[in-house]
Design a protein around this ligand. Structure first.
Ligand code: AMP
Length: 304
């Protein structure tokens, strides 16, 4: 089946205790599309870039089955730029710069061939744009997933609530779940969010793993204990790409399969943090991914 992913394609400057990487390729959509490409060869990408974004990057995604017709290049424009510095705990981070550049005027019009997409990934963007993309999809997709962040919860709550009411899965972190609901206990926050429309909720807890909630079930996948986390940037987007890529490939949206998808998403995220930017994601294969999924299984398996 087909996957549509919308989000930023960007340049990032990232500083962590392991070093500094200047103007490397990043963006939520880039991480998402790369992660998904290990599961499906039909990913339709919707984004906006400036003239400065390397053509080879689009070509690499194209070679991995990414359709880049929906990536609008603005002549003379500059791509979205984000700069962040991680605290020494490698969890907290400060955003030093966010230059919207071409993103400020993003008004996505989906190519006709994208409108029948079965799986929809609405990456972190203004809820307005997410809604515009969703409204251009013909019929009811098999599954739609929404990612957002504290900034939109605070600044565009009404439109965000409208998008939330229309998607099947909301994927946020624990602090965002609390901010969205005013509830501290995640189980209570999850119940409140499921009343807002989505059938499923993913609450990410960074290095501590992620919860998957439905009305009747809860599933938890731990974070894989890693010896070295060099750059956490894009972990959430990579998780989402692995999650939705796996679902697109397996064409099964049951809770049991969503559990497997959450583990595959976690496996992809555990790779991306091992090196700066996209470096680790560019050199994976199915064997490595399956081995890592088995490590998750071993981590939580026990006999009574
Ligand atoms: P994450 O670490 O999951 O928050 O994702 C980081 C990626 O998101 C980076 O590659 C950035 O280019 C991109 N990004 C940072 N801030 C924003 C924003 N406000 N809107 C959309 N994308 C962003």
């Amino acid at each position: 089946m087909s996957l549509l992913t919308v989000g930023t394609m960007a340049f990032d400057t990232v500083e962590t205790r392991y070093g500094r990487a200047e103007r490397i390729i990043g963006g939520a959509c880039t991480y998402n599309a790369w992660a998904a490409s290990y599961f499906t060869e039909d990913t339709r990408i919707v984004s906006i870039i400036g003239e400065d974004f390397p053509e080879e990057e689009l070509q690499l995604l194209h070679e991995r089955g990414g359709d880049t017709q929906g990536v609008k290049k603005i002549p003379g424009g500059k791509s979205f730029f984000w700069e962040g510095k991680y605290h020494s705990d490698m969890i907290g981070r400060d955003t030093l710069t966010t230059d919207l550049n071409v993103l400020a005027d993003f008004d996505p019009v989906l190519p006709e061939s994208y409108r029948d997409s079965a799986f929809i990934m609405l990456g972190n963007l203004t809820p307005d744009i997410q809604l515009k993309v969703l409204n251009q999809i013909k019929g009811k997709p098999a599954l739609s997933v929404l990612d957002t962040m504290d900034f939109w919860i605070n600044s565009a709550r009404d439109t965000l609530m409208e998008v939330i009411s229309k998607v099947d899965v909301l994927s946020i972190n624990d602090e965002e779940a609390r901010l969205l609901t005013g509830e501290h206990a995640l189980v209570t926050a999850a119940a409140r969010i499921l009343e807002m429309g989505p059938s499923y909720l993913i609450i990410k807890k960074g290095e501590h793993g992620a919860f998957l909630f439905s009305l009747n079930d809860i599933f938890f996948v731990p974070g894989l204990p890693l010896a070295e986390v060099k750059d956490p940037t894009g972990a959430g987007d990579t998780f989402a790409g692995g999650f939705i890529g796996y679902l697109t490939a397996t064409e099964d949206t049951s809770f049991n399969n969503l559990k497997r998808a959450v583990v595959h998403g976690s496996a992809m995220a555990s790779f991306v943090v091992e090196d700066f930017g996209l470096n680790r994601l560019r050199h994976l294969n199915t064997r490595l991914i399956n081995q890592r999924v088995m490590r998750f299984k071993d981590l939580v398996s026990f006999n009574l």
